[in-house]
Unconditional design. Structure first.
Length: 467
């Protein structure tokens, strides 16, 4: 990155902090007085030619009165939040804050706000951000300078929008419940540094603050879309751990038949009433449960660390792992990037919410080709027999991966998330083009709705066609 760009980014942060300070310290009326102060100061330099200096003097006196009232606000408060375990990115939610007054005086006319701070954005982080479709429509000057993108990144890094909330009167030593609202701007952990209780001066121009130390964190899960019922063949799997899981939870275990005792049978499986009636040992026979197993592969290979296209792909993967979550089936989530990671949820394994927590924290990795990692991916997906691939592009390395997986006998549904609508060359999916779908960023819901049409059954060991 050039030296001039680094200089601009440093100045962007200074302007950002100044804007944040002005926005918090002054009310809308106070900002109007500041504007009048600046304009009057510009035109009232020569006091002999204009009377604008009188407006300047009046505005300065009003602001001085507001600042002089700040030390008189000596509130001491403590706060306790009632936060949910997790929220969904982009959806506002409400929660309760119990605010306690630790002074001997009643506190009136208060407002409270969450403290969310974004650290300075490095030049490397700015360079590793992909232009959004909205940014490409901006004018040449904004795209060259980059401030709109920088401001968007700072807002995203802050994690959430927390509006100001009024507080009812708090008696001395009393506690009130305040309904707060917050909207997570991105998935992942949102760090709440504390809270700020503020009161406006008698003229309604300047705010005085009392900090409240109440740090907390909140996990924002990826946004999910409604999905039609997908018809994937899957592969039944004997899940013997389901019974052990049921016993660990204190549930009763049913058996399917009685048979004669064989050496080595566990004593706890003995059926005592039958033994007493027949005069020989009889044991209970159990049958392992079978569950269909599906897999979702999320492509994390991307050059940019921050990308709307990648966020849409994560949302698609989250929607897939949540589809039919009430049914007894196993779901594998495979993250394919510089490392290949697999997580499993379902009967006898972790709940589906764990997969959402993984997707909430996943990040884009390097853009190297899959290479030898294709064998690892095939080994992870072969346990399911059917998989949905959520890809970020349809280039040669990804087509080679699809061809390799099909030759391994895995039935695939391939979803490619793209910025602009484009027709995809079927390549390795030429014998099943209906199983290759393109999803446009910003119109994901419409694209997923088109999956309702049931594709014809695939021969799992199909050759996959040529590229």
């Amino acid at each position: 990155m050039s030296l001039s760009r680094r200089f601009l980014l440093r100045n962007f942060y200074v302007l950002y902090r100044l804007d944040q300070w002005v926005g918090r310290r002054f009310t809308p009326a106070g900002k109007l007085v500041i504007t009048a102060l600046c304009v009057a100061g510009l035109f009232g330099i020569d006091v002999h030619q204009t009377l604008a200096y009188q407006v300047f003097t009046l505005a300065a006196a009003l602001l001085a009165f507001g600042f002089l009232s700040i030390p008189f606000f000596r509130g001491r408060f403590s706060a306790a939040r009632e936060l949910p375990r997790s929220v969904t990115a982009g959806e506002p939610f409400r929660y309760v804050v119990r605010l306690t007054n630790h002074t001997s005086r009643p506190q009136r006319g208060l407002c409270v706000r969450e403290c969310l701070r974004a650290e300075a954005l490095s030049s490397e982080a700015f360079a590793c951000t992909e232009e959004t479709p909205a940014e490409r429509r901006r004018n040449v000057f904004d795209r060259f300078v980059g401030y709109p993108r920088w401001a968007w990144l700072m807002r995203r890094q802050r994690g959430a929008d927390a509006p100001l909330q009024s507080v009812p009167e708090i008696p001395p030593g009393g506690t009130v419940r305040v309904q707060m609202s917050l909207t997570a701007l991105r998935r992942g952990y949102v760090r709440l540094l504390g809270m700020s209780v503020q009161r406006t001066d008698p003229l309604g121009l300047v705010n005085a603050f009392a900090p409240v130390g109440a740090a907390a964190s909140l996990l924002a899960l990826p946004r999910r879309y409604s999905l039609p019922r997908l018809h994937l063949p899957g592969r039944p799997e004997l899940q013997s751990s389901g019974a052990d899981h049921a016993r660990a939870r204190g549930l009763t275990e049913e058996f399917v038949a009685l048979r004669e005792y064989r050496p080595g049978d566990p004593l706890r499986h003995l059926h005592w009433p039958s033994w007493a009636r027949l005069g020989q040992p009889v044991v209970k026979e159990f049958q392992g449960e079978q569950h269909h197993r599906h897999a979702v592969l999320l492509d994390t290979r991307m050059r940019y660390r921050v990308s709307e296209r990648f966020e849409e792909a994560v949302s698609v993967a989250a929607s897939l792992v949540c589809a039919d979550a009430t049914q007894a089936r196993l779901m594998d989530l495979v993250l394919a990037g510089t490392q290949i990671l697999r997580f499993t949820a379902g009967p006898g394994a972790a709940p589906v919410e764990r997969l959402l927590e993984v997707l909430a924290c996943v990040e884009a990795s390097g853009h190297e080709a899959f290479g030898e990692r294709r064998e690892i991916i095939a080994a992870h997906l072969s346990a399911a027999g059917a998989a949905v691939l959520v890809l970020l592009d349809w280039d040669a390395p990804r087509r080679n991966l699809v061809e390799h997986l099909r030759r391994a006998g895995i039935s695939l549904l391939v979803l490619v998330v793209m910025d602009t609508p484009a027709s995809l060359q079927a390549g390795p999916m030429r014998d099943q083009p209906e199983r290759l779908r393109s999803l446009q960023s910003g119109r994901i819901a419409e694209g997923l709705a088109s999956l309702s049409e049931r594709p014809p059954e695939a021969s799992p060991a199909g050759a996959g066609g040529s590229r």
